[in-house]
Design a protein around this ligand. Sequence first.
Ligand SMILES: *[C@@H]1O[C@H](CO)[C@@H](O)[C@H](O)[C@H]1NC(C)=O
Ligand SMILES: *[C@@H]1O[C@H](CO)[C@@H](O)[C@H](O)[C@H]1NC(C)=O
Length: 366
Amino acid sequence: MYNAKRAFSLGALFALAATTAAANGGSCSAATGLTCPTDIPCCSEFGHCGDTNAHCRFGCDPRVSAQDACENVPMCKNLNINAFDRLAWKGIMQNPDEYHGEADEYDFTLDKGDIAREDNMLTMIMTEDNKGTKLSSTRYMLYGEFNARMKVTGNQGVISTMILMSDIHDEIDWEFVGAKTGEGQSNYYFQGETDYTKGDTHDFPHPDERFHDFGLNWTEEKLEWKIDGVVVRTLNKADTMGWDKVPHYPASPSRLQFSVWPSGIEDVSPGSYEWGGGAIHWDEGPFKATIQSVSIKCADSPTNVGPDDVSWKYTMSEGNATSLGQASFHPTSEPYKASSGGLSLHVSSPFTLMATLTFALVYCTF
Ligand SMILES: *[C@@H]1O[C@H](CO)[C@@H](O)[C@H](O)[C@H]1NC(C)=O
Ligand SMILES: *[C@@H]1O[C@H](CO)[C@@H](O)[C@H](O)[C@H]1NC(C)=O
């Protein structure tokens, strides 16, 4: 991801104390509890309020969007792309503004940047102009097996990724730091919690010269990261118990995303800049990460899903002065596709500023 979370700072939190949600100028964040106002009700994956597809249809964070503003999202279907032939290529929606939930037609949306089809492979291209490329699956998976055969970039200040990301920012990562060829970094986050102690590194040979299979096997009980079919890391849910006696384990419907993005530029946080090995050298570009094949095998029976269920829907419990409402999701037979243009919104704002601040303070104790 573009590491908005790594830019989180206490400064931003205290600035919030004097800010009402309605006057937030279009920013939103579960880390600070800043909620979108009803006229721009959806909080995007990157923390901006708005009412477009990119805000309400995918990546919409229900915790800091107006009540019921986020659209239902489509459930997992198995996907097997062995090569990016013409048919597979047509499954990539390159203009996300024109996507209205046609998950049967499109497997991925190009959220940002540029891609090219070369030798039946998909190349994500980063240039100084586009500042990175990102693809997201149109469907949301709650557990499953994920594999991609990829060649990642080996340039300083460039990050290639394959991740699972949910709308409440549960996140499971494979990240490849260009400055550190020969290793992949596994990581995970629970609901956007700013805890950077959970990463690990795993060696593999010739990363920028050869293709490798990167895999994630995500079940309700455990998570495995794989390289070339070999499990290199296992995380048991039972070992993720948090201070609040709740497992801090990714457990919400997630999109599979691929990206190549610049860590070596001035607008990223100093932490990300350093992590990426320093400045990007644009003259070495354009930078490319290539995907040869992708597969998604849905978990056999995600919790409580019935035969007619097609989408996931989030609901929020009512917040109060001392506690922010909790996000929960459930399977439903309600469609995820817009029936006609536009979005139907039933808007009311459940959060008080007090609840917002309490939430922010709770987050700060991590
Ligand atoms: C994924 O994990 C599950 C549970 O441990 C296991 O049954 C399954 O065989 C694994 N899948 C792969 C491809 O390793
Ligand atoms: C606020 O909500 C929390 C969580 O739902 C609950 O435990 C608490 O009793 C509520 N407090 C008040 C004052 O209603």
